[in-house]
Write a protein of this length. Structure first.
Length: 123
């Protein structure tokens, strides 16, 4: 499989931030194990400790990298069974669609798509 760049989009400020960051880090690990090259925008959580910036700066940085990716993996987090809203993820998903970058809602869906595409290209 070619090195497919996957942007991970998920809530940050909605719900409990450490849980949201952990979700992206764990997802990154799973994607790397499958051979993908994930971009983890919530690592800015740790950058913020050293470089105080506003939310707009971090979103803009993420948007720049998103446009370089082959896919977006949109994750949901829940609290007590309710989906945590995410204005930033909504924007990331919209930007991906505007740029004809496919958006997936599970690792399985993403992996099935790229496996099928890889087989088609080899024919």
């Amino acid at each position: 499989m070619d090195k497919i760049r996957v942007y991970i989009a998920s809530p940050y400020t909605g719900g409990w931030m450490p849980s949201n960051v952990k979700l992206q880090i764990e997802t990154c690990d799973k994607l790397m194990n499958l051979g993908y090259h994930p971009f983890v925008p919530l690592l800015s959580h740790f950058l913020q400790i050293y470089s105080l910036r506003n939310e707009h700066d971090w979103l803009e940085l993420g948007f720049t990298w998103l446009k370089q990716c082959n896919a977006v993996l949109r994750l949901q987090n829940t609290i007590k069974g309710e989906i945590v809203p995410s204005f930033g993820s909504d924007q990331e998903e919209a930007l991906a669609k505007e740029n004809n970058i496919p958006v997936f809602y599970s690792i399985e869906e993403l992996n099935d798509y790229f496996k099928a595409r890889s087989k088609q290209l080899k024919l």
